[in-house]
Ligand binder design. Structure first.
Ligand SMILES: NC(=O)c1ccc[n+]([C@@H]2O[C@H](COP(=O)([O-])OP(=O)(O)OC[C@H]3O[C@@H](n4cnc5c(N)ncnc54)[C@H](O)[C@@H]3O)[C@@H](O)[C@H]2O)c1
Length: 421
């Protein structure tokens, strides 16, 4: 059968699955989307679901995408369901196991299953294969980890190269052929499925560990009166062996703040203790507390105790220009401020008005004694800094080091960044 004649279903129509399904539709395949969340299905049907991908664009541009809460038999199933952790930070495989079991019910001989969700090395062979084996069908199975960075203006579903590893050569070959016909950036076939699983987990742990490094350096440099922003800019002039990472109020999202726990748990089961990974998680998870402590100290040094003051928190999303609040450090900052019961907290996120407590950024500024920037949305990155002088603002704590400190100093407002004394 010609590849273009194959029926393809993307399972899980979230940040990963929806743009991927749209890309596959753009390439002329017959593509369906399956999701257990009826609201998601309705939002896609109504073309209201938001798509954060610069290549496929908004959903209204795509018409050839049939979506349903019922999974039907397909030649290729692409699994893009969440891989979260539970309250103890242990991997929660419920969505993945649910999706694989649903495939098992409609599976036929010769069909290909591709897992795009982020998983730990060994999961396909140890958890997914046994579930599929129970069907008695002869299936193909590959892992092609998704590498997208939602809202990135440069890197998207089409121009990020893919890596693919299968449980056997036939699986790798078919998955590679399929992705080659969809992703223009190209596909690198790998020698086995564990290499593909390990590749993605290494990429995300690299980010977490390096971010922990600069978060630690930021706190130390701060005490030495050294501005880390300038240090990182200077170090970045070295043409090799330095890749800039940036300190901030914390690391959030469904990937970097979660995936290291998958590896830590897998390492434990395999008899290896991932000291560095646990330390990096601890440093990054403590950044919201560090930020609130820094704010309290700044109030104290200025001689206005935080008690009774109003603190405006700008940004709920875990990263700029998305609506995703999963594992967002903003939530920890707000929780901490509320636990202290010393300050009144106002919240604004231009992309999440339903979770904001004020109507706009101007109101947030006008009513706050201090502003904590938790998300560097475009609105705040490009704001006319004179707006900061509209109210009583005494302190700006720039948790993303995204504002112009000279302009804020000129307004007579105390500026603090993360690693920026
Ligand atoms: N968000 C990112 O930036 C990103 C980037 C690369 C990789 N990933 C990985 O991709 C995977 C998906 O992440 P996401 O951000 O798209 O998640 P998401 O929560 O945005 O979307 C997942 C979708 O899957 C659906 N779902 C859950 N269980 C299901 C089931 N059993 N059957 C069918 N549908 C089901 C949910 O309703 C939801 O719509 C995760 O493993 C994540 O680590 C995410």
């Amino acid at each position: 059968m010609n590849l273009k004649d194959k029926k393809i279903t993307v399972i899980g129509l979230g940040y990963v699955g929806l743009p991927l399904a749209m890309l596959i539709a753009h390439r002329g395949f017959t593509i369906r989307g399956y999701d257990i969340d009826e609201r998601k299905i309705n939002a896609v049907r109504a073309k209201e679901a938001r798509v954060e991908d610069s290549y496929v664009g908004p959903l209204k541009d795509t018409i050839n995408l049939e979506v349903s809460t019922t999974l039907t038999s397909s030649d290729i199933y692409i699994v893009c369901v969440p891989t979260p952790v539970d309250e103890r930070n242990d991997p929660d495989l419920t969505p993945l196991v649910g999706a694989v079991k649903a495939i098992g019910e409609v599976l036929h001989d010769g069909q290909l299953i591709v897992i795009e969700s982020t998983i730990y090395p060994g999961m396909c062979e140890e958890t997914i294969q046994p579930l599929l084996d129970k069907t008695g069908k002869k299936y193909l199975l590959a892992h092609c980890p998704e590498r997208i960075n939602p809202a990135d203006k440069k890197w998207n579903t089409n121009n990020i190269p893919r890596v693919v590893g299968g449980i056997n050569d036939e699986s790798t070959a078919m998955a590679t052929e399929f992705y080659q016909s969809v992703v223009e950036a190209g596909v690198k076939p790998l020698s086995n499925i564990r290499i593909a699983e390990a590749t993605k987990i290494l990429e995300n742990i690299f980010r977490d560990v390096n971010t922990a490094l600069v978060n630690e350096m930021a706190q130390s440099f701060y005490r030495m009166n050294i501005d880390i922003k300038e240090v990182i800019e200077a170090a970045s002039t070295k043409p090799f062996s330095f890749l800039p990472h940036f300190p901030g109020v914390g690391v959030g999202g469904h990937c970097i703040a979660v995936d290291p726990y998958y590896m830590i748990e897998k390492g434990r089961v395999a008899g290896f203790d991932h000291d560095l990974l646990r330390l990096a998680r601890r440093i990054n998870s403590n950044m919201p507390i560090y930020t609130v402590n820094l704010l309290q100290n700044t109030f104290n040094v200025l001689g206005y105790p935080i008690k009774g003051k109003t603190v405006g928190v700008y940004g709920l999303a875990y990263k700029p220009d998305v609506r995703d609040m999963r594992e967002s450090p903003s939530l920890e900052v707000i929780k901490r401020l509320r636990t202290l019961k010393e300050a009144n907290v106002l919240i604004f996120d231009p992309l999440l008005p339903e979770h904001s407590t004020v109507a706009n950024v101007e109101e947030l500024i006008a009513r706050s004694d201090a502003l904590v920037i938790c998300t560097a949305h475009e609105q705040i990155r490009t704001i006319d800094h004179h707006k900061f002088s509209y109210g009583q603002l005494k302190i700006i704590l720039d948790g993303r080091n995204c504002l112009n400190r000279k302009e804020i100093d000129a307004l007579g407002i105390t500026y603090k960044g993360i690693g920026r004394p």
